[in-house]
Design a protein. Structure first.
Lengths: 207, 207
DNA sequence: CGAGTTGTTGATCACATGGTCAATAAGAAG
DNA sequence: CTTCTTATTGACCATGTGATCAACAACTCG
């Protein structure tokens, strides 16, 4: 029973343990990232996880950062490729409200509460939120400059968008309403926020 | 050491235990409502809490309902007294984003995640959300009928408002930005959503 | 004052948590 | 093949969780 695993270089083992933790966080949330669950996921003894990680709080914070940074990078990719600000924003919203993103949403919402007893996690939450806000602000600013959006304060509008994204996604966790209706609802809201004509953004997202 | 408490009628003891649980939920969140913490809060032996409550999951769900229903009742009170729809909404927002409401916010956000392993809680979360949506829809509908708001679909706008309320409050949990800025930001958003002239709602809330 | 009802206690159980550490054995080096 | 380094194990500890239950004692009634 003692030869289930082989001996591996520390860097590789460390990566495997982190990967196992991230997978658990995506599947069952940050609160499911436990010493023993991660050990089982990596097919390793519990003690080895403790050996490669300074503390579980730290591992949870790292999982949060990796998962949400990956999402943000993906969003930035969209923002870099789509031609016009309106199209960029439309595609961004379609991506963020994709139903298959429930895992990331759970990570976010749990992070908000776990952050109260995990200061390192809280700090990273604030960091990633800042970067989200900056990314949104950039699109909104470009749209305003190009005359596509009719807005006064891009910074504030970016804040509105982020608040709405977080709020609607969080509500989805308890399966409050069918996911299909959410993206349409948000599209109408955004059109209103940005002063574009009705249907403009939703058409862009579909096409 | 065994005569700290006196003998009380079951109804009163039961109420005391529930009150202690609610106080803990408000002070430290739903996740802090434990068998022993509630017992200590009610100055009672742990076994007595278990005796008066069918399960801790149940007690947590009850705490959630009592706390959020009280908030909703307070909001309904506002909606019933203020003269015009615009004033009602302005006061509602001022109340909901009051910084002293952090406790209720924490209860909400924890409920969204705890609901995944506490089905009774999840059901009550959906119920209270439905009632919130109905209350908001009512104001928005009245404002549209009175010509104060320039909107097409009151149901959808109510959804927007609730999403924004939840989103901005949740973000406040990690102290992302100073609370003072949030209410102003929301005011501007709502003016945009409802098609009122800039500053209309914020002026109403201040006066 | 004595008997019976019942509100209340606190020890106890089974389980889960993060973390530690001596013992083990796998793989490299000689 | 032997030696040595070190990755790895799994038992162990202290703590915390929800829940159970026999024993206790406070109050009521006769």
């Amino acid at each position: 029973m003692s030869r289930a695993t082989s001996r591996k270089p520390p860097a590789q083992r460390s990566a495997e343990i982190l990967d196992a933790a991230i997978k658990i966080a995506c599947d069952e949330g940050l609160s499911a990232v436990k010493l023993r669950s991660v050990a089982a996921g990596a097919s390793v003894a519990p003690g080895l996880v403790a050996h490669y990680v300074s503390s579980m709080d730290d591992l949870v914070a790292t999982c949060f950062e990796r998962i949400t940074r990956a999402e943000l990078d993906e969003v930035r990719e969209i923002l870099a490729t789509a031609p016009t600000p309106a199209r960029r924003l439309a595609q961004l919203l379609a991506t963020v409200f994709d139903a298959t993103r429930d895992d990331v949403t759970l990570v976010w919402v749990e992070a908000w509460t776990l952050g109260r007893s995990n200061e390192r996690l809280a700090a990273r939450v604030r960091d990633v939120m800042d970067d989200w806000h900056a990314a949104l602000r950039e699109v909104v600013e470009a749209g305003a400059a190009a005359g596509e959006f009719d807005i006064a304060d891009p910074d504030e509008v970016a804040w509105h968008l982020l608040g709405m994204i977080d709020g609607l996604n969080a509500q989805a966790l308890v399966h409050w309403r069918p996911a299909a209706t959410r993206s349409g609802v948000l599209g109408h809201l955004v059109e209103r926020l940005l002063g574009t004509e009705p249907g403009a953004l939703t058409r862009l997202a579909a096409g």
